[in-house]
Design a protein around this ligand. Structure first.
Ligand code: CP
Ligand code: NVA
Length: 304
């Protein structure tokens, strides 16, 4: 039976762990110049409704590295833009391609595509989740910090799609997650409550950045205004002004804490230049790891 990757909760803890291990192995092989064409003859489709640099390129490159091909479709240039139903689109694409990455607004649209597709469907970001991002981020943390157990990962900023995937990850892996979001911008209650049932005290969500970052091993943030929220930008600049990752805040974390940002960043807003370019930043290794993680994911979901 086909498997999808729509949220991290689609995977059991052992599967999350196996995926991370596989990604590490494939990354080592890649660095030694050993790539096995395990997806030769296979085609990955990508339907994107929102802009992308990293997700698109890292998936396309990962697919080529595995011996397959990728076809990118801006949804505006498909018949989806002229109201072809998602169901019909999923049924037709299933006859041509072997897997589909979707980046869109409504998570329900992704779910609808996945329900009708006979091929694996992967979430390349929705308004609700960004699971490939967070799996790549965790690969980075494992490389830099080793065992996840007892690590404290802080999230400062918006309770957005990336934060939601971090909350799901905490339900599957043994780290502690401390979130600080401005009042009114906390993660969705149901996502938090579901994860807390599984992770208990390991997830804490409040409004104080100093509290969240104190003694953290990882300090993590994202833009204040996500794609699709541009009309809220001015209001958000005010609401988030005390939630910047800067040198002062970073000094509250452990001295060897690493800083993560999924990118694209607005330097000078959610994160300063000083921190992004500084010795604690693991942000560009993090971006690279999207490709390694996704190679493992494609190999798993599309491989025979
Ligand atoms: N981090 C991330 O998903 O980047 P893109 O929007 O460039 O794909
Ligand atoms: N939260 C951001 C992530 C971008 C990769 C957005 O949805 O725009």
């Amino acid at each position: 039976m086909k498997r999808d990757f729509l949220t991290i909760l689609d995977l059991r803890s052992e599967e999350v762990d196996a995926l991370l291990r596989r990604a590490s192995t494939l990354k080592e092989d890649f660095k030694e110049g050993n790539l096995k064409p395990t997806l030769e003859g296979k085609t990955l489709g990508l339907i994107f409704d929102k802009p992308s640099t990293r997700t698109r390129v890292s998936f396309e490159v990962a697919m080529y590295q595995l011996g397959g091909r990728a076809i990118f479709m801006s949804s505006q240039q498909t018949q989806l833009s002229r109201d072809e139903p998602l169901r019909d689109t999923a049924l037709v694409l299933s006859r041509y391609i072997d897997g589909l990455v979707v980046r869109t607004y409504e998570d329900a649209d992704l779910q609808e595509l996945a329900r009708h597709a006979q091929i694996p469907v992967i979430n390349g970001l929705t308004d609700l989740y960004h699971p490939c991002q967070v799996m790549g981020d965790i690969l980075t943390i494992r490389e830099k910090k080793g065992d996840l157990k007892n690590l404290q990962i802080a999230w400062v900023g918006d309770g957005n799609n990336v934060a939601h995937s971090w909350i799901n990850a905490a339900a599957r892996l043994p780290f502690r997650l401390t979130l600080a979001c401005p009042p009114g911008f906390e993660p969705k209650k149901e996502i938090l409550e579901t994860a807390k049932r599984l992770a208990g005290e390991r997830i804490l969500c409040g409004n104080d950045p100093l509290e969240a970052v104190r003694n953290a091993d990882v300090v993590n943030t994202d833009v204040w205004t996500s794609m699709g929220q541009d009309e809220e930008r001015r209001m958000r600049l005010t609401a988030f002004k005390d939630y910047q990752i800067n040198g002062d805040l970073l000094r509250k974390a452990k001295p060897d804490a690493i800083v993560l940002h999924c990118l694209p960043a607005h330097r000078g807003e959610e994160i300063t230049d000083e921190v992004m370019n500084g010795p604690n930043s693991a942000i560009f290794d993090q971006a690279e790891n999207r490709m390694h993680l996704q190679r493992a994911l494609l190999d798993w979901l599309l491989g025979s």
